[in-house]
Ligand binder design. Sequence first.
Ligand code: IVH
Length: 684
Amino acid sequence: MAQKLDQIRRKIEKLREQIRYHDYRYYVLNDPVISDFEYDQLVHELRRLEEQYPQFITPDSPTRRVSGQPVEGFETYVHARPMLSLDNSYSEAEIREFDRRLRKLAAGRPFNYVSELKIDGVSLALHYSEGRLVRAVTRGDGVRGEVVTENARTIRSIPLVLDDEALSELISKRRSSPRDRVLIEVRGEVFLSRDAFSELNRERAEAGEPLFANPRNAAAGTLKLLDPRIVAQRKLDIFCYALLVDNEHPFATHWEALQWLQRARFKVNPHNRLCSGIEDVINYYEQFKERRDALAYEVDGIVVKVNQTALQEEFGATAKAPRWAIAYKFPARQATTRIKDIIVQVGRTGALTPVAILEPVEIGGVTVTRSTLHNEDEIERLGLKIGDWVLVERSGDVIPKVVKVIPERRTGREKPFKMPDRCPVCGGRVVRPPGEAIRRCISATCPAKLKAGLKFYAHRRAMDIEGLGDALIDQLVDRGLVKDFADLYHLKKTELMSLERMGEKSATKLLGQIEASKHREFYRLIFALGIRHVGERTAQILAEHYDSIQALMNASEQELEAIPEIGPIVARSIYEWFREPRNRKLISRLEAAGVRMRREPKAVRRETRLAGLQFVLTGRLASMTREEASRLIEQLGGRVASAVSRRTNYVIVGEEPGSKLDRARQLGVPTLTEKEFLKMIGRQ
Ligand code: IVH
């Protein structure tokens, strides 16, 4: 018996080690080596064993990232070393002055710099004792922060347990302190990627909750939520940039500390650069000033740090900021302009969204003409009137937003805006449920809702119907050819050819794409239905729990709520969606049209060599047509997109490649020759 238990304990430990490794590959390196399915199997097995043998559960098991309990409030903690702020500089002259100052202080002793991106998030200190995460503390006022350990534990790129080898390496450098008394402190910047931020705000707008102004506010707000279960859903991430052992620098240089962090499996920004002098630093700045939009997260400048830790200590700090580091900020992405008008758009769920029409203004090389105002509460919060001068901000490729009104520029001729009581598209009734910020058109036949729903259904991440663009959807709905999603599957070539800009060739191609969408993975269908609160991730979770739409349709609210990661609001929304007779009819019409309504068989799911990877093809291939290559990639679990974006993993380059290759180079997306691609899939 004891032997068997021992075996089980070892098995549990091994599973944890495997899961930790795959978490690291996925969340830190962005380079998974197994499919989601295989990963889920490991977690599932560990959960099963832990349930059966609860005596082996430890708080740092990967299954325990989310504690079940909200906390009452946060304790505070005094930082052993204050978490300082940084002095800002905005020009090359200022940064050269910084360098001159330090060289004078160094009095001839050589030193160099490390340049890092200044991540627009909030700083966090992670404390490890005996190799385990014991505490996470926010910056607070720099001296005293709040203890948010349970929330930090939900950030999957934060190791709960330190890599043994890396730990030993660090401790061996400190003979004086026994292993169990060493306190390792890792500091970093917690942030939300642009994608995670937009998704969060989209959900909040839909739920009528107040929006976050930017990813930084969202990250700060999330880190201080009292319920770690909500934090876990928000996809916070971290880049680590500082290391202290018993409050001292364990390495002679900052660069070595960064490398140790990497070895210890912390997420360290890949763009950090060792710079031999200030020229290098300026170069780095110029480079990232141009590239900042291509990053998946927001950065507002660079941070320049003296590399030698002894010199850092010697140069010291003022009350507010260290002397050995400085922020060099990128130019602001703001401009002032006037609100010409406010129009109202109707979305998929019938939500009425006010949109500001702006006097065109250039911000960072882009002409901005509109800005979403999200909902009427937002207009009220801003105190916005038509005709107002406003400050507009554009960050990355996110939709520009109105930051604030400039009341000093009012003339008295500004007009207040009032949300309409009727749907501006169909004239139907509009309701605003109590407690919600959003007015919705409740007409079942509102063409605006149908159009937006179809756009969502056809989206690349949903049913992925390439060629079914906005203009086409507008025509299909306006002409009465499509009254629900299922009608797409009954479109005829002649009907399509009667539409503007639709020749026989593109009609055939579109029909092929519509046909192909019948066979998309099951979760995509769940996502594509556009059930409120069911995003891509939730759809995947549902598809893991239910093997068919029938099973999902029959699930009770309680049953749905029992699924980890699915809360009561989501459960209710799903349950109610399937109670609506019109929706049930839609499902059966889709089924009759031949759309896949069940989870794909395991054998197919196992073809995962390219799982999670997105490819783009350009140029002529020698051994196959592009269509054949696309099919092959999809069979192996990969995806093919028509345009290169930050999400593209590889661009396969054939002969006479087009502009997609330039785009790939611009975004730094790796390219593959045909040969390399064939090798990757084991065909050569
Ligand atoms: S170093 C004492 N490195 O910027 C040195 N900070 O304006 C201060 N930040 O409070 C920290 N990216 O929250 C450092 N690569 C980076 C950073 C970074 C973002 C934040 C950090 C700090 C603030 C200062």
